[in-house]
Write a protein that binds this ligand. Structure first.
Ligand code: BES
Ligand code: ZN
Ligand code: ZN
Length: 461
C-alpha cells in the first residue's frame, strides 16, 4: 500500500531515508542536479559508466542517506507505476520522490503500480510505503487517491474468484456504495421476469446462482448533465452448450469487467463529488451448463419486444446487454456508454491493450475517444458497418445472436445497436480488461480498464 504526501522540501534540502531522482537519457532532472551538487557530483559519476535504461534503477548509499536513480519511461504514469513496484521491493518505509512536470499522471501511476491482490494468500505481501512529493498540490494527490480507489475497486471485483463473486455477491459489493451516497437498487429473478427481460433470463437460467439486475444512481446537487452507464456482468462465462475450451475459460471470471468499471467509476465519482448525474445498469449472471440451461436454437423475447434466435450460447453478453440497454433507454437515458468484454474478435483486431470503440453517433464517439486519451487509456474507433447487418438475419426470429467468422466485433456491436435509439458508445474491452502478465500499472489480472475513461467523460459533460 502506498500513501502519497505533499513535501515542503525538495531533494537537495529535504530529509528522508531514501531519495528518488529521475534519469532521462542518462541525465539528471533539476532536483537531482541540485542534490548531486551537494554530493559533489557523486550521482553523475555513478551514472557515467552504467547507461541506465528506462525502468531500471540504481541504488546508492551516500553521506546524506540512500539515493535511488530511476530511468524515466516515455509515459509519466507508467514511470510512476514502475517506480512504485521497484520501491515495494526495497525495505524503506518512506521516500522523497522528485516530482515531474506531469505531476498528476505520476501520482496516479505510483498508486496504480502498487496494487496487489492478496486477499486469498495466507501470507500477505502487504507493505506500507509513504511517498513524499515536493511541491505537488494536496488536492492533486487527493484526486489521484480517489481515482485509484475506484480502479482498485474494479480490479478487486475482476480478480475475485467466480465461486465467491456470484451475481448476488456482486450485488452486495454494489450495495456497499450506498455508504458514499450512491442509490443502489437490486432486482431479483422474480422482478427481472416481471419486467420481461427474456434474453437476460435465458442466459442466467443454466445456473443455480440466481441473476441480479443492478440499478445505480448518483447525483450531486446541481448536477448539470446526465450519463447512463451499462456494464456486462457475467460473473463467469463457460460458454454454455457452445462450451469454451479450458484455456479460453481461464480468465472468464473477468467477464464482468464492464460491470466492475461501472461500479469503480461510481465509487470514484462519489468520492470526488463530481457534479453530474450518473445512472448505472448491470445485468449480473453466470453462463453455465445444466438441464435447464438455454440451448442453441432457442428463440428469446427481449425486453425491447424483439425476438432473437440463439445460434451460439457463448455470444451471451450481447443477450444480457440487449435487455440492460433497452432498460436504460426506458429509464430516460439521453446517451449511453456501455462497456463489455464482448468478443475475442476485438482482441484479434486490436490486441490486448487497446479497446474497440463503436459509436452510433459521431459526436458522442468523439467525446469518449478524447476522454480516454486524456485518461491515458487506449481505445481505437471501429466502424459500425451497416452492410454487415444482414449477417444477423434469422429465418425464424427478428435477428440471431451471431454473424459469421468475419468482423465479429462489428456484428456484436451492430447487434447491441438494435436495442437503443439514443446515442450509444460501445467499448469492447475484451483485450485490456484482464492482463495476462504484470505490467507497468499493475500485476497480472484485472486492470480496472474503463474507470478512468468513465470519470473523464463524466467530468467533460
Ligand atoms: N466473454 C467472451 C468474450 C471474450 C473473449 C472476452 C476473450 C475476453 C477474452 C464472449 O462472451 C464470447 O465468448 N464471445 C464469443 C462470440 C462468438 C461466439 C460470436 C467470442 O468472442 O468467441
Ligand atoms: Zn461467451
Ligand atoms: Zn462473455
Amino acid at each position: 500500500m502506498i500513501t502519497l504526501k505533499r513535501a515542503t522540501t525538495g531533494l537537495a534540502d529535504g530529509q528522508a531515508p531514501l531519495k528518488v531522482a529521475w534519469v532521462k537519457e542518462g541525465a539528471l532532472l533539476p532536483q537531482g542536479e541540485a542534490l548531486d551538487a551537494r554530493l559533489g557530483g557523486l550521482l553523475r559519476r555513478a551514472l557515467a559508466g552504467v547507461g541506465l535504461k528506462a525502468g531500471e534503477s540504481l541504488l546508492l548509499h551516500t553521506e546524506e542517506g540512500a539515493v535511488l536513480l530511476f530511468g524515466l519511461l516515455e509515459d509519466a504514469r507508467e514511470s510512476g507505476g514502475k517506480l512504485a513496484q521497484a520501491l515495494l521491493r526495497l525495505a524503506f518505509p518512506e521516500a522523497l520522490v522528485e516530482p515531474l512536470e506531469e505531476a498528476y499522471p505520476l501520482a496516479e501511476g505510483l498508486l496504480l503500480g502498487a496494487y496487489r491482490f492478496d486477499r486469498h494468500k495466507t501470507e500477505k505481501e502487504a507493505k506500507a510505503l509513504t511517498l513524499h512529493l515536493p511541491g505537488v498540490p494536496e488536492e492533486l494527490l487527493a484526486r489521484a487517491g480517489k481515482v485509484a480507489e475506484g480502479v482498485y475497486f474494479a480490479r478487486d471485483l475482476v480478480n475475485e474468484p467466480p465461486n465467491l463473486l456470484t451475481p448476488e455477491a456482486l450485488a452486495e459489493r454494489a450495495l456497499e456504495l450506498r455508504a458514499l451516497g450512491v442509490e443502489v437498487e437490486v432486482l431479483d429473478e422474480k422482478a427481472i421476469k416481471e419486467l420481461g427481460m427474456g434474453a437476460f433470463l435465458a442466459v442466467a437460467q443454466g445456473s443455480e446462482n440466481p441473476p441480479r439486475f443492478l440499478k445505480l444512481r448518483y447525483a450531486q446537487e446541481g448536477a448539470r448533465a446526465r450519463l447512463d452507464l451499462v456494464g456486462k456482468g457475467l460473473t463467469f462465462d463457460s460458454g454454455g452448450y457452445s462450451l469454451k475450451p479450458t484455456e479460453g475459460m481461464a480468465t472468464m471470471k473477468g467477464d464482468m469487467a464492464g460491470a466492475a468499471a461501472v461500479l469503480g467509476a461510481f465509487k470514484a465519482a462519489a468520492l470526488l463529488g463530481l457534479p453530474v448525474e450518473l445512472r448505472g445498469y448491470i445485468a449480473a449472471c453466470e453462463n453455465l451448463i445444466s438441464g435447464r440451461a438455454y440451448r442453441v436454437g432457442d428463440v428469446l423475447k427481449t425486453l425491447s419486444g424483439k425476438t432473437v434466435e440463439v445460434m451460439n450460447t457463448d455470444a451471451e453478453g450481447r443477450l444480457t446487454l440487449a435487455d440492460a440497454l433497452a432498460y436504460a433507454q426506458r429509464e430516460g437515458a439521453e446517451r449511453i456508454l456501455e462497456l463489455s468484454t464482448l468478443t475475442g474478435a476485438a482482441v484479434v483486431a486490436l490486441g490486448e491493450e487497446v479497446a474497440a470503440l463503436f459509436a452510433t453517433d459521431g459526436a458522442w464517439g468523439e467525446t469518449v475517444r478524447e476522454a480516454a486519451q486524456r485518461a491515458g487509456e487506449k481505445v481505437w474507433p471501429m466502424p459500425l458497418e451497416r452492410a454487415y447487418r444482414e449477417k444477423l438475419k434469422s429465418p425464424v426470429a427478428d435477428l440471431k445472436n451471431v454473424g459469421d467468422r468475419n468482423g465479429g466485433a462489428i456484428t456484436a456491436a451492430l447487434f447491441l445497436s438494435e436495442f437503443v435509439k439514443v446515442p450509444l458508445v460501445h467499448l469492447d474491452i475484451a483485450g485490456p480488461a484482464f492482463a495476462k502478465k504484470a505490467h507497468a500499472l499493475g500485476p497480472e489480472g484485472g486492470t480496472g480498464f474503463g474507470v478512468r475513461t468513465l470519470l473523464e467523460v463524466a467530468q467533460a459533460l
